[in-house]
Design a binder for this molecule. Structure first.
Ligand code: DX5
Ligand code: ZN
Length: 227
């Protein structure tokens, strides 16, 4: 069975002066999820947006016929729990965090689940997947970084493909329905290779928001995935 692919534009590369319009426009152009990069100038050397912006954007995260579009919150913050709770209240659907940013990973996962959101774990390029030995049954999303977190517009790190394969094997062994998402440097030219390695969900920031025609880019990505 072929996977159901999801394209998740990262609004990190959107026009911050018109975020609501940008979210509406990228959804009208075919986005499946909205990827929301939260940076705290502590875990990563950059600072973006918090739960109040997420809450303000929530009404924009729907299709023209009123279907909700999931908000995929990627926390690059330390500590994790308090902000994760604030994002749950702000309307997040998925909330993912870096295990090395939480002292008690299992507790952070349970905290996200208890508030009605889907928990995910994020792995930096040099991070091992070993923690999955113990918590894969508790999460709904694995997010693999294919760049170092903190900035949009970086180049895809090729070694990620091997990690995607390793994560896919772990998901298959678990027998659970877990999304495998890849984040950083994804564009039309490499999305097929990332899918072939086993990913089913693709974050793309600069590749989409850096072009005037969002639909053109998303359609081209979908055609590459369909080949
Ligand atoms: C980087 C962020 C990414 C970023 C991806 O820390 O997690 O989501 O927006 O941007 P591009 O697609 O430009 O690499
Ligand atoms: Zn991200």
């Amino acid at each position: 069975m072929s996977p159901t692919y999801r394209i998740a534009p990262s609004i990190l590369s959107a026009d911050f002066a018109r975020l609501g319009d940008e979210v509406s426009q990228v959804i009208a152009s075919g986005a499946d999820w909205i990827h929301f990069d939260v940076m705290d100038n502590h875990y990563v050397p950059n600072l973006t947006f918090g739960p109040m912006i997420c809450e303000a954007l929530k009404p924009h995260a729907k299709t023209a016929d009123g279907q909700a579009v999931p908000i995929d919150v990627h926390l690059m913050v330390q500590p994790v729990d308090e902000l994760a709770s604030a994002f749950a209240r702000a309307g997040a659907d998925y909330i993912s965090f870096h295990p090395d940013a939480s002292t008690h990973v299992h507790r952070s996962i349970q905290n996200i689940r208890a508030q009605g959101c889907k928990p995910g774990l994020v792995f930096n390029p040099a991070a091992t997947l070993d923690v999955l030995d113990w918590v894969i049954d508790d999460i709904d999303l694995i997010l693999l970084m294919s760049v170092n977190p903190g900035f949009g517009g970086q180049s895809f790190i090729d070694g990620t493909l091997r990690k995607v394969e390793a994560a896919r094997k772990r998901i298959e062994a678990s027998g659970r329905d877990i999304r495998l998402e890849v984040d950083g440097g994804i564009k039309e030219s490499n999305i097929r290779a990332v899918a072939d390695a086993g990913a089913d969900t693709f974050v793309a920031g600069s590749a989409i928001f850096g072009k005037p025609d969002y639909k053109g880019v998303i359609d081209a990505m979908r055609s590459a995935l369909a080949r």
